[in-house]
Design a protein around this ligand. Structure first.
Ligand code: ATP
Length: 147
């Protein structure tokens, strides 16, 4: 029994934007047994992830009252995976920052987007293609070492 012991606190994850990037994060967190809230403005996207997420909810993340209705303040980690709409991505990040979310990870579209996200205080800024290119190069290098 673990009563009275320091219990292991489950991390609370929310993913906003269910494109290929956000969607794969939701699926992998679910596969690993984590609880994850999946959010998108598009009903079809939300329906597509309903079976992977603990909760899948339609919401516009640029509306502060909608973020509050999601109970977003309870989440330790929020991933902003809104891609093409840089304005929506930056405004969402700003609102999350104002709501004191401790860890805000954001997918950046380009250098200018990155600069703004940095200034707003995003905790981690992700460039999926660039970051994956680096990982692949490292995998290739490791293959050489091992073979
Ligand atoms: P990927 O390359 O990962 O497939 P993408 O770069 O094409 O994604 P978008 O399709 O632009 O990214 O955005 C990802 C998701 O974010 C979409 O499903 C879109 O409906 C959602 N989204 C856009 N704006 C908002 C918003 N204001 N609130 C919530 N979700 C949003």
């Amino acid at each position: 029994g673990s009563h009275g012991m320091g219990r292991i606190k489950n991390k609370q994850f929310a993913v906003i934007g269910l494109g290929r990037f956000g969607g794969s994060i939701v699926k992998e967190l679910h596969r690993m047994g984590h609880e994850v809230l999946a959010v998108d403005i598009n009903e079809e996207k939300v329906n597509a992830y309903a079976s992977y997420a603990t909760h899948a909810v339609i919401a516009n993340a640029t509306e502060e009252n909608e973020l509050l209705s999601l109970g977003i303040r309870n989440f330790e980690y929020v991933i902003v995976a809104i891609g093409a709409n840089i304005q929506a991505s930056t405004l969402t990040t700003l609102l999350l920052k104002e709501l004191d979310i401790p860890n805000i990870w954001v997918k950046a579209q380009n250098y200018y987007h990155h600069k703004v996200l940095e200034k707003i205080g995003a905790d981690r800024i992700i460039h999926p293609e660039k970051d994956m290119g680096v990982k692949i190069a490292q995998s290739l290098s490791d293959e050489n070492v091992l073979s």
